[in-house]
Structures are given as C-alpha cells and as structure tokens.
Design a protein around this ligand. Structure first.
Ligand SMILES: [Zn+2]
Length: 119
C-alpha cells in the first residue's frame, strides 16, 4: 500500500490537492496523519479538493513589495492547512483573500502552494 505521503505527492503530480477524511467522524485534514485529530479514528478516505480556498491567517509577516511567505489556508471543503504562497505583491495577501492551488517543485519534491486570485 502506498504511504500517505506518496498518495499526496501523486495527487500533486496531477495538479490535485488530496486530503484525508476520517471515516468515523468525517473530520477533514490535509495533514498526513495516522490518527484523526478529532476522534482518534484510524480509517481515512482520500478526497480531492477543488484547490480553491481563502487565506485564513498569514503565518509569517510580509514585507513591502514582493512577498511570499506562508499562510494558513482554509479550503472550500472546510479544512485548513499551512501552505506556502507564491511570491506576489504583499497588497494581494490579506486574511480572506481568495487563493488557488499551485503546485511548485522544491528540491525534487512537489509542494502545494497557493496563488491569490481575483476576488
Ligand atoms: Zn475522526
């Protein structure tokens, strides 16, 4: 059986953001885990996110001009994840700003990043 990390990476290779949904309580998570954070369940289904969401909270202060940094992104499916933001002018980044998945490559590994989109 592939590991959770492999399933997640395979999704990114297809431009998909995959997340886990607990079979016991339907809790959702983009963090790869062995136990559900809500109920301790151990069975998950993989689901495909639309990749659309909003910035919930900026995780790192952004400087003026070109900025990237990381943020907590809340996906339309109702889960939150820490993710990198592609470098864009800082004025496009604020809590509530709509963002879209953009797969980036970092040292040979694919990563889920997000790009602000027009509201
Ligand atoms: Zn659960």
């Amino acid at each position: 059986m592939p590991t959770a990390e492999q399933v997640f990476q395979d999704g990114l290779a297809l431009g998909e953001l995959r997340y886990q949904r607990c079979r016991w309580c339907a809790g959702r998570s983009a963090q790869l885990r062995l136990l559900c954070a809500t109920c301790g369940g151990t069975e998950f289904d993989w689901k495909r996110s639309s990749g659309q969401g909003r910035i919930y909270r900026m995780a790192a202060p952004t400087s003026a001009g070109e900025a990237g940094g990381t943020a907590v992104v809340e996906l339309d499916e109702g889960f939150r994840m820490n993710a990198r933001l592609v470098p864009v002018p800082a004025h496009r980044l604020w809590p509530g700003a709509p963002v879209r998945l953009e797969v980036t490559e970092d040292g040979g590994a694919l990563r889920a990043a997000f790009r602000p989109v027009a509201a």
